[in-house]
Design a protein around this ligand. Sequence first.
Ligand code: SF4
Length: 352
Amino acid sequence: MPAFSTALIAWQKQHGRHDLPWQNTSDAYRIWVSEIMLQQTQVAAVKSYYLKFMQRFPQVQSLADAPLEEVLALWSGLGYYSRARNLHRAAKIVVQQYGGKFPEDPLLIEQLPGIGRSTAAAIAVFAYGVKAAILDGNVKRVLSRTHAIEGYPASPATQKQLWTLAESLLPPQEIQAYTQGLMDLGATICVRLNPKCLLCPLHSHCQAYKQGRVSHFPTPKPRRALPVRYATVWILRAEQGVWLESRPPTGIWGGLLSLPQTEGHWQAGQALPEFPSLPGQVVDPQLLPSFTHTFTHFKLQIQPVLTSLQQPFTVKAAEALGRFILPEEIATAPLPAPVKKVLLALLVTDCL
Ligand code: SF4
């Protein structure tokens, strides 16, 4: 038997969990209900629900015969109610198609509503001693660490790699102690944060531990690349100061004063835009270095352009839409941080 599984089985027998309400049975129905309840809920929360559920529906037949409302009522508080609806549907199928006895083949079990590959394998292992691999969240974490598997475990490529590994590690005997050992190790020792490696029966086999990279595995979910938008902000200088517009109350930088903004990056030689907030001719545009500001849902690449307003121009009509601020007001004005940064940099270099 491979040293990995030998160590895990020995540990499970001595230190694993043996007294959970759904253990010490080979009744596929009871094992199935517990596996479904444990899918998104912690053991401590599941226990009382499981006992009540079993008292009311002791066999698959009683669950199949019950009205869905009653099943949902007993599930109330566990959350993810599709699990209860699928249990009810699957119970009817087991009764009608299989005469009330769960199939033994994990591939057939997996056809039932709400049962994935790992849950089907767990039922087949614990009910019938079938040699099949499980790969729930805890097991993915354990195997990612013991074999230093790079890649987000839910990604198709990494998932495939983990399934192949999980199957290659299956012991020739004692599949139940081995499977329970993997579950117990993930739940009590090889936990997500601060795993107890010194107490772990696998630490002499664990690549992550040997490499001192335990916290590196499993690879976290890749962050989605944020979309990039482009904008030009216009620094309109006049004797009265720098022209700032009032931003609409909602949306980005809502309610703040900011530089007039146009979509896209303005290029030298292009026509200059008109600024409805400030009728007046803009002259001498100079491109300043662009920079990126990150919002929650996108990145804004900002191209600042330094310009002057040709005198004379009319401010009065535009007063409600914005105002001039003097260079000495910039530090305390209600400006978005990146805009303030640009203006303060210009102030330091005497460009305002
Ligand atoms: S040595 Fe640490 S990281 Fe490796 S399997 Fe054990 S608990 Fe997990």
